[in-house]
Ligand binder design. Structure first.
Ligand code: FAD
Ligand code: FES
Length: 341
């Protein structure tokens, strides 16, 4: 028996057959829900279930939905199935985001940013109109038939040059084996733009931005898009790394302070040596110490899924409203790791 899904904002509805996911049914009936990986990993298709419940195969939550988020009604539409009627909010899917397109980009440079991290510059083909929101990511289409996602560290495509910050993954086919062999002039097939991590101007709240590792890349793009913007809210940026030598963007970030309205930057090191006089430990704990009350803030989280899960839980206890918490988790892309509900 099919179950009905009412869309809160538009009053539209669609039907989900027993063998379908919510995303498949929405697509079939012309309801727009942004999606990417379709295996529960990227979080692009997350919807808010405002009435009723979804369930997942084998009762396992997909990677992109944490336990407490599931309890609060967050669902990954690409994995969610129904046993009854539901109402959903598609507020996160209403922004008119640019359509993704496939392009061949040319490698301009692949350089070490610091140990274990590469800074890659790509040239988009001339004559291709490309638009994206600062903070979105792209997919590299690889020969093994899989995609690898990387956030764009550049605010826009005006110059035709994109920058990526890529962490080497031990044993990683792309990041450890192919990437170091790439040379200027090589070609990469890309699909972009993807994802829903971008600045929500309409929130009008002071922002707390939290990154670990290369999670700084999309935040760099967002902050660069806000330089010299008179409507820019106050921003506190926390960047978690292991050692001072890893802070490959620290100088650039410090220079943004002059062109952003009320900006503070707090690097937090988890394995600093004795010479480090700044914050130590895990970045999410430092935010909790500095912001006992997050109820008036918009929070942007990017990087390690573990940091993001913990930050969501901790910040919730500090009053953060989950409606104003935006996250881009750098999940694994090989398989749909799932956790039992
Ligand atoms: C939306 C999104 C945006 C992303 N943006 C960035 C970015 O800007 N910069 C960046 O450095 N990374 C980013 N990532 C993570 C990146 O896509 C993966 O690290 C990459 O796909 C690994 O590819 P690989 O071929 O080297 O590894 P694979 O050959 O695919 O995997 C090798 C092994 O490493 C494990 N693995 C794969 N990915 C990770 C990971 N992220 N962490 C730990 N273990 C992993 C796999 O399970 C496997 O066992 C992003 C991920 C997502 C979902
Ligand atoms: S499209 Fe559903 S989690 Fe990626």
């Amino acid at each position: 028996m099919a179950h009905r899904v009412n869309v809160r904002e538009s009053g539209e509805h669609f039907w989900v057959e027993p063998e379908e996911t919510v995303l498949q049914a929405a697509k079939r009936q012309g309801i727009r829900i942004h999606s990417d990986c379709e295996f529960g990993g990227c979080g692009t298709c997350r919807i808010h279930v405002t009435e009723g419940q979804v369930h997942y195969e084998d009762d396992c939550l997909p990677m992109s939905v944490a336990d407490d988020e599931h309890a609060a009604g967050m669902a990954a539409a690409c994995q969610a199935r129904l046993r009854g009627d539901i109402e959903i909010s598609l507020a996160n899917h209403q922004d008119d985001l640019p359509e993704a397109q496939e392009v061949d980009a040319t490698v301009l440079a692949v350089e070490r940013a610091c140990t274990g991290i590469w800074r890659v510059r790509l040239q988009l083909p001339t004559g291709v109109e490309m638009d994206y929101r600062a903070g979105q990511y792209l997919n590299v289409l690889c020969d093994d038939g899989r995609t690898r996602s990387f956030s764009m560290a550049t605010a826009n495509a005006a110059t035709g040059v994109l920058e990526l910050h890529i962490r080497e993954i031990e044993g990683g086919r792309f990041t450890q084996h192919l990437l170091p062999t790439l040379q200027a002039g090589d070609s990469l097939r890309l699909m972009l733009p993807m994802g829903q991590f971008y600045w929500r101007e309409k929130d009008w709240r002071p922002m707390v931005m939290v990154a670990t590792g290369t999670g700084i890349a999309p935040i760099k793009a967002i902050l660069e898009s806000l330089l010299d913007n008179d409507d820019c809210p106050p921003i506190s940026l926390y960047w978690g790394m292991r050692t001072a030598a890893d802070l490959y963007l620290a100088e650039e970030i410090a220079a943004w302070a002059e062109r952003l309205f009320e900006f503070q930057f707090v690097p937090v090191l988890s394995a600093a040596d004795d010479t480090w006089t700044g914050a130590r430990g895990y970045v999410q704990h430092q935010v909790c110490e500095d912001f006992p009350d997050l109820s008036e803030h918009a929070v942007y989280l990017c990087g390690s899924p573990t940091m993001i899960d913990e930050a969501r839980a901790l910040f919730g206890l500090q009053g953060a409203d989950s409606q104003f918490v935006y996250a881009d988790a750098f999940n694994f892309q090989t398989d749909a790791h799932a956790v039992a509900v």
